[in-house]
Design a protein around this ligand. Structure first.
Ligand SMILES: [Fe+2]
Ligand SMILES: [Fe+2]
Length: 353
C-alpha cells in the first residue's frame, strides 16, 4: 500500500495484545500526547489575555472568530457523539484485522474528541460571552446547532456523518464502513477541521489569542492522529478490495463518491468566516481553497492511491460557493434564531424574547 505507518519500536511484548500492531502504536501515542488537561490549560494560560485582545478588535472581527469557532463547536460535538456511539462498534467489525488494538485506540480517540468540545465550549462561553447557543433545545444532542452553522448548510455534513456512521455500525459491511470513515476522517477531520486550523493560524497574525492558539495546537496534533487512523483503516479496506476479496468490492468507488457528495461543505464552512463577514481578519477564501485542494491530493491520491478528478472537485466547491454568495445568510440566521425561540417557547423553556 502507499501508506505505511511507522510503528514505535516498543520493547514490550504481551500475550493478548499485539504490541506490534499499528493500532497499538496509535493507542500508545494517544496516551502520551492526547491526555493534555483542558482545565489545567485554562488555569495555566488563563482567559484574560484573550478577553483583552478580543475586546480591542472591531465587532466584525469578533464575529468572524465566533463564526469560525461555531463551526468547530458543532463539528466537535458531532464527531464526539458519533465516535462514542458508532466508531467504537465499527472498530470491532470483522472486516478489520487487529480489532482488539483498534478498539483500544478508539477509547483514546473518543476521549480526545470530547476534550475538543470541552475546550471550545468553555472558551466560547468564558471569552466570547454568552451567545445563546440554544443548548436547552435538543439536550440529548448537546443543544440545537448554532444558527450560523444551520444557515450556511454546514450542519448537513454533520447529519450525513451521523447517518453513515450509524448505518456502518449496524451493518458492519465494508462498503458502508468505507463511506462512514470517508465522511468522518477524510472530509470532516481531514478537510474541514484542517481547513479550520489553517484559518486559525492565519488569523492569529491579526488577532494573536494565546489561549486559543495553545488549545488549537493540541487539538490539531490530536486530529493528526485521527486522520492517520482513518487513512490506515481505509487503506486496509482498499488493500483487501484489490486482493480480490468479494465482500470488499466497491470500497474505492464508495470513497470517491462520498468525497464528491460532501466536498462542497468546504464552501459552507469557508463562507461562514470569510465572505459572509467580509473577512476582516484576512483569512482569504481562495487561499483556503488552495490549501484544501492540496489536502485532497495528499489524502485521496497520494495516501489512499485513488484517482480523484481534481476539476470535478473544484467545480463542486465553486458551484456551492456561488450558491452561498446568492443566499442571504444573515437573514437565514435571523430565521433560525426565530425558529429556535418559537420552539423554546413551545417546549415551555426559558423565555428571553
Ligand atoms: Fe476533534
Ligand atoms: Fe478528530
Amino acid at each position: 500500500m502507499a501508506v505505511t505507518h511507522a510503528t514505535t519500536s516498543t520493547a514490550f511484548r504481551a500475550e493478548r495484545i499485539d504490541t506490534e500492531s499499528k493500532w497499538y502504536d496509535l493507542f500508545q501515542k494517544g496516551v502520551e500526547l492526547g491526555t493534555w488537561d483542558v482545565e489545567k490549560l485554562f488555569d495555566e494560560v488563563g482567559f484574560e489575555a484573550d478577553r483583552e485582545i478580543l475586546a480591542s478588535l472591531e465587532p466584525a472581527e469578533r464575529t468572524q472568530i465566533r463564526y469560525l469557532l461555531s463551526g468547530f463547536l458543532d463539528g466537535e460535538f458531532a464527531v464526539g457523539e458519533d465516535a462514542s456511539h458508532h466508531l467504537q462498534r465499527i472498530a470491532g467489525a470483522p472486516c478489520f484485522d487487529d480489532n482488539e488494538e483498534m478498539e483500544m485506540y478508539m477509547t483514546m480517540f473518543t476521549l480526545t474528541e470530547h476534550k475538543h468540545t470541552q475546550f471550545i465550549d468553555v472558551y466560547m462561553h468564558e471569552v466570547l460571552g454568552e451567545q445563546d447557543a440554544f443548548a436547552d433545545l435538543n439536550p440529548k444532542r448537546g443543544g440545537a446547532r448554532v444558527p450560523i452553522v444551520q444557515a450556511t448548510g454546514l450542519g448537513d455534513v454533520y447529519d450525513r456523518q451521523g447517518q453513515l456512521t450509524a448505518r456502518a455500525a449496524h451493518s458492519t459491511d465494508p462498503v458502508d464502513i468505507a463511506k462512514a470513515l470517508t465522511v468522518y476522517h477524510m472530509i470532516v477531520e481531514g478537510l474541514l477541521a484542517r481547513g479550520g486550523f489553517y484559518s486559525i493560524n492565519k488569523l492569529s497574525g491579526n488577532a494573536p489569542l494565546p489561549l486559543l492558539n495553545h488549545g488549537f495546537k493540541f487539538i490539531s496534533t490530536d486530529e493528526g492522529r485521527h486522520i492517520t487512523h482513518g487513512v490506515e483503516a481505509l487503506s486496509e479496506l482498499i488493500e483487501k478490495e484489490r486482493a480480490g476479496e468479494p465482500e470488499f468490492q466497491g470500497v474505492s468507488r464508495a470513497i470517491v463518491d462520498v468525497l464528491y457528495e460532501n466536498v462542497a461543505s468546504i464552501a459552507d464552512f469557508g463562507y461562514m468566516f470569510t465572505d459572509a463577514v467580509d473577512d476582516p481578519l484576512e483569512i482569504g477564501f481562495d487561499d483556503l481553497l488552495l490549501r484544501v485542494g492540496r489536502l485532497i491530493d495528499g489524502q485521496f491520491n497520494e495516501a489512499l492511491d485513488l484517482d480523484v478528478d481534481h476539476h470535478r472537485v473544484v467545480g463542486l466547491v465553486a458551484d456551492r460557493h456561488q450558491e452561498c454568495l446568492e443566499t442571504d445568510v444573515d437573514d437565514a440566521v435571523r430565521e433560525y434564531r426565530k425558529l429556535y425561540r418559537r420552539k423554546r417557547a413551545a417546549d415551555g423553556g426559558r423565555d428571553d424574547d
